[in-house]
Design a protein around this ligand. Structure first.
Ligand SMILES: CC(C)(COP(=O)(O)OP(=O)(O)OC[C@H]1O[C@@H](n2cnc3c(N)ncnc32)[C@H](O)[C@@H]1OP(=O)(O)O)[C@@H](O)C(=O)NCCC(=O)NCCS
Length: 309
């Protein structure tokens, strides 16, 4: 532990090419050992590019001078604390390297763990031993669209009709129902008309995959929606992007019905697989997806220091 040296690379002292290569090799060795990548896509790209803008790289050297561990911290925004990811070379674990890297992070930084199973449990034990607590868990769930347990046939009660989102007609009603459905979910619930317009301008936007369930007597109102996404548009994986049910319609099976409509749509496009991201705290959603044959592909946990009393 005393022999661990942590060096910092930033705009003043950028990561050198050999350092970037050593980090990439460590990350690959750890990924092979752990059956999964400790660094997410953006962090990996920053290693390759030796990025310095808003990014700090921390390299832990063992006593023999070999690279023993690596952490990266990215600046947060006004509302978001800095975010970090860290990985220790498999041969250097349980020797205080992770602890040394953690000590070199800015005090408020939140640390992500992206790996499921035993490795994720090890990360959670490490975080807990280091005085961090889990503040958020994001599950990536998925299922095959060509095999696996069948999902039930689609159907909504007679009082509703199903139709695709119509640009120019549904924006206002959708922003309202989304805000109401996600009143307790600040990121999703605060989506504005401008945010919606921005997404509608993306190459993946396809109104046919943005499914609305509307009262038959008032088809401009939205009772539930399932916005699916296929990105890249010529890819083979679909996403359950957002599912929402108006608060006064919740608990009547519409969430499940509209999810099934989206699965039918994605399967009908010939896609092989579907994924979704869901907060662990959203037990109703996790339950709905589990019953429709989704299983955990990854669990992303974010840890932070306990708030001061
Ligand atoms: C999690 C990880 C960073 C820990 O690094 P490390 O250098 O092995 O951790 P340390 O030696 O500093 O461990 C400090 C304490 O954490 C706890 N701990 C660490 N790894 C553990 C494990 N796999 N199981 C149980 N406890 C563990 C122990 O209490 C340990 O003290 P001890 O070894 O004296 O019992 C490393 O295992 C790793 O790279 N995992 C894969 C990537 C990852 O999950 N990153 C996210 C981290 S939040």
């Amino acid at each position: 532990m005393n022999n661990v040296q942590v060096v910092r690379r930033d705009a003043d002292h950028p990561l050198t090419v050999p350092e970037s290569e050593a980090v990439a090799a460590l990350v690959s060795a750890a990924a092979a050992h752990d059956s999964g990548r400790a660094l997410s896509e953006q962090f990996t790209l920053s290693v390759r590019a030796g990025a310095t803008s808003g990014v700090t790289h921390l390299l832990a050297d063992a006593a023999d001078g070999a690279l023993a561990g690596y952490a990266q911290v990215r600046e947060g925004s006004a509302d978001e604390p800095p975010s970090a990811e860290l990985v220790v070379a498999p041969r250097s674990r349980r020797a205080g390297v992770g602890t040394a890297l953690l000590a070199a992070l800015p005090p408020g930084a939140r640390v992500w763990s992206h790996l499921p199973g035993a490795v994720g449990e090890g990360a959670a034990a490490f975080a807990s031993a280091s005085g961090l607590q889990p503040v958020r868990s994001l599950h990536v769930m998925g299922r095959s669209l060509v095999d696996g347990p069948p999902w039930p046939p689609a159907g909504v009660p007679d009082e509703f009709v199903v139709r695709p989102f119509e640009p120019g007609r549904d924006e206002h009603a959708w922003v309202e129902v989304n805000a109401a459905a996600f009143a307790h979910h600040p990121e999703q619930g605060s989506l504005t008309r401008a945010d919606l317009d921005q997404r509608m301008g993306q190459p993946w936007f396809d109104p046919a995959g943005f499914i609305l369930v509307c009262p038959r007597e008032a088809t401009d109102q939205i009772a539930a929606f399932h916005w699916t996404k296929v990105d890249p548009p010529d890819g083979t994986v679909g996403e359950v992007y957002v599912v929402g049910v108006a608060p006064d319609r919740q608990g009547s099976g519409l969430g499940r019905a509209v999810t099934v409509l989206g699965l039918d749509h994605l399967a009908g496009r010939g896609l092989a697989d579907v994924v979704l991201y869901v907060d662990e705290e959203n037990t109703a959603a996790v339950h709905t997806y589990t019953r429709l044959g989704f299983t955990d592909r990854e669990v992303h946990r974010q840890f932070a220091r306990e708030p001061r009393p």
